[in-house]
Write a protein that binds this ligand. Structure first.
Ligand SMILES: [Zn+2]
Ligand SMILES: [Zn+2]
Length: 377
């Protein structure tokens, strides 16, 4: 495989996961991209959030990183030879706290313009619980009941407190510019890639695609489950985003993976996590997006295989697929949601149904195979 970059210079060596690491990458086209490993402000297994700094019609920063790590970010920017005030625009790849947690401090300090997708701007004043109506879907009701029964209240209250601080930090924040799919600045092009998050953006520039959490090395990003907006959200949602099925769910996510694959095999990815881990670089091409499609194809198959002779409940299927450690406390919700995302796609494809007595039942068709084949050929 050809070298992903013409040059990789380590400006600061961080820890083995890449926390506090600073890289200066030079593309084959001669573009300089600085990568800053901004640590998380809580124990997270994703590793640092990689913030990227480059010049294309002004200085752009993608993803300021976690709330509580702002000082680390500013220090990193300075080590790259810039000051926060040099930054003209901050692009948030998507509205998750490890990406936009310090965005308010960043735009406040730098005076940079904040660029996000229109969905981000629309949903900005609302916490995640205020957006979706979970009661309208039988399988979501079942998922919530199972997760509630397993909840660890101490873990839950820590999470809620942290989330409250995060939401408070964004009060009064305004988006200066909402971007549309295909929009350009300088030589860069923005792509809307919903699925992991409805507002997910990727940016392409000089043979590189900044993928946010859309495509990550080593780990597979969580797809969203399908969504129904609460009525007050539906009322304020711009017409172009009114159809939630275009922004949420595994089908949406997998179609957005195809968008990245279609850039062509020569594109290198610069992901928001795991650019560096366990003392080694993860320089990969968009072929990683194809691997992620195959991961989900295997999981679709695995779920149907577990239903060989009989029907089975959501909990049984989930516990049969994930190892015990991934099913404890708050992790159970993530595991259930991951399975529900796949079940919803299988239902839409006609391969499975969720019965009135809350059982998953195969229909006998294997339409998922055709669906995957159309994505990756
Ligand atoms: Zn995310
Ligand atoms: Zn993330």
């Amino acid at each position: 495989m050809p070298q992903a970059f013409a040059d990789v210079a380590v400006l600061r060596k961080g820890d083995p996961q890449g926390n506090r690491m600073i890289l200066r990458l030079t593309t084959h086209g001669g573009l300089t991209v600085h990568a800053i490993g901004v640590p998380q402000d809580w124990p997270s297994r994703t590793g640092p959030t990689w913030a990227y700094l480059f010049e294309s019609d002004g200085v752009t920063l993608i993803d300021p990183g976690a709330h509580g790590s702002f000082r680390e970010l500013v220090e990193g920017i300075e080590q790259c030879g810039y000051s926060a005030k040099n930054i003209d625009r901050v692009i948030v790849s998507h509205g998750h706290s490890d990406h936009d947690g310090s965005v308010a401090e960043m735009v406040g300090t730098s005076g940079a313009d904040l660029w996000t997708h229109g969905m981000y701007a629309t949903l900005l004043p609302y916490s995640q619980w205020e957006v979706q109506d979970r009661s309208s879907s039988p399988i979501h009701t079942e998922m919530n009941a199972l997760a509630d029964a397993a909840i660890n209240h101490r873990e839950e209250s820590t999470y809620r407190r942290r989330n409250q601080r995060y939401n408070d930090s964004k009060k009064g924040l305004t988006v200066d510019h909402t971007v549309a799919d295909g929009e350009t600045f300088g030589d860069a092009t923005i792509i809307h890639a919903p699925g992991h998050s409805p507002d997910e953006l990727c940016v392409t520039l000089d043979g590189v695609v900044f993928t946010g959490d859309h495509v990550l090395p080593e780990i597979t990003p969580h797809p969203t489950t399908k969504a129904t907006y609460r009525s007050h959200i539906q009322e304020i949602m711009p017409a172009e985003f009114a159809d939630a099925s275009k922004s949420y769910g595994l089908e949406t996510y997998m179609r957005s993976l195809k968008t990245v694959i279609d850039l062509g095999p020569t594109y290198s990815i610069l992901p928001a996590h795991r650019l560096y881990n366990r003392n080694r670089y993860n320089f990969q091409t968009v072929d990683r997006a194809r691997e992620v499609v195959l991961h989900h194809a295997r999981r679709l198959n695995q779920i149907l295989q577990r239903l060989t002779n009989e029907t089975s409940g959501l909990e049984t299927v989930t516990r049969g697929i994930f190892e015990h450690g991934k099913l404890l406390g708050g992790n159970l919700y993530m595991a259930l949601a991951e399975i529900v995302a796949h079940v919803e796609l299988l239902e839409d494809l006609g391969d499975l149904e969720f019965t009135e007595d809350k059982q998953l039942r195969k229909t006998g068709s294997q339409n998922h195979r055709q669906f995957v084949a159309e994505l990756i050929g």
